[in-house]
Design a protein around this ligand. Structure first.
Ligand code: NAP
Length: 274
């Protein structure tokens, strides 16, 4: 009995130390990292139909490559058709024969052209008969001092980062509810969890998306539909180059953004060689 009483705190202490070491060595959410290592392999998604918005660059492009490798049928959406075609060709290469031309639909879409969302959903269903996973990834960054931001910039970021995903998801959900299965993914950000100086509209829009989609998650439980909010930290992409400022229509040429972009480009080059 005495032996057991001394063993419990020792085991708890060891578990706590292991947790601290894992935390210190991690660069992401511990549960997610655990599932990446020990959960279902990506190949378990083979054959699923996955619709990715913002698939023409950055995170969306990379998701497309990972899913193509796993053998998912893909719908690639963004505004720039030529870039989507480039991503499609690379997906076909990466899939190493698992996918053919007909398994990847390039579907140009502006997430703020809300009236085009219903016909876009119809087009996907005509092509693949189903949508298993919707990845709302398209988004825009913003940087300016709080007091320098025009309300119209808040509105613009809200339209792209919040109402775009909300509108598209609203059109896709009836189909998923009818099938009693589906998965809605939203690419949020660490900025959806924490405030950050000089990112007022971006942080505000990413916080808002949590409100919308966490409410959805509680409603979708009974329909067997999952809702996942992904919160990446800084990622090498084109986003820093396209940060809007506090003024409508203006892109940030601030030294910080340029340095941020140069740093990200350096990381990209480094990751290519190391
Ligand atoms: N990079 C980071 O550090 C980071 C960190 C956390 C979260 N995120 C989030 O990750 C997501 C992707 O960003 P990223 O870093 O990959 O940036 P990115 O390389 O600039 O990609 C943004 C994507 O969104 C698309 N897009 C922008 N406006 C659109 C619109 N109105 N309609 C349709 N598509 C639109 C762009 O395509 P077109 O220009 O062709 O339309 C592009 O494919 C965003 O939601 C962002 O907030 C990024």
């Amino acid at each position: 009995m005495l032996c057991l009483l001394t063993a419990v705190p020792i085991v708890a202490l060891i578990a706590f130390v292991v947790f601290l070491i894992a935390l210190a060595r991690s660069d992401g959410d511990l549960q997610l990292m655990f599932k990446t290592k020990f959960g279902k392999p990506p190949d378990s998604l083979a054959g699923k139909v996955v619709w990715i918005t913002g698939a023409s660059s950055g995170i969306g492009e990379h998701i497309a490559y990972c899913l193509a490798k796993a053998g998912c049928r893909l719908v690639l959406s963004a505004r720039r058709t030529e870039e989507l075609e480039r991503v499609k060709q690379k997906c076909l290469q990466i899939s190493a024969g698992k996918l053919s031309e007909d398994d990847i639909l390039v579907l140009p879409l502006d997430v703020v052209a809300y009236d085009t969302h219903k016909p876009a959903v119809q087009k996907v269903l005509e092509t693949f008969n189903k949508i298993d996973i919707l990845v709302n990834n398209a988004g825009r960054g913003q940087r300016a001092l709080w007091l320098d931001v025009d309300l119209s910039v808040d509105r613009e970021l809200f339209e792209i980062n919040v109402l775009g995903p909300v509108s598209l998801t609203q059109e896709v959900l009836p189909h998923m509810i009818q099938r009693k299965q589906g998965h809605v993914v939203v690419v949020s950000s660490v900025a959806g969890k924490l405030g950050a100086a000089t990112f007022r509209s971006y942080v505000g829009s990413k916080h808002a998306i949590h409100g919308y989609f966490e409410s959805l998650r509680t409603e979708m439980y009974e329909h067997n539909i999952d809702v996942t909010l992904v919160c990446p930290g800084p990622v090498v992409s084109n986003m820093a180059r396209a940060f809007v400022t506090g003024k409508p229509g203006e892109v940030n040429t601030h030294l910080f953004c340029q340095l941020f972009h140069i740093r990200l480009t350096f990381c990209r080059i480094r990751s290519t060689f190391w």
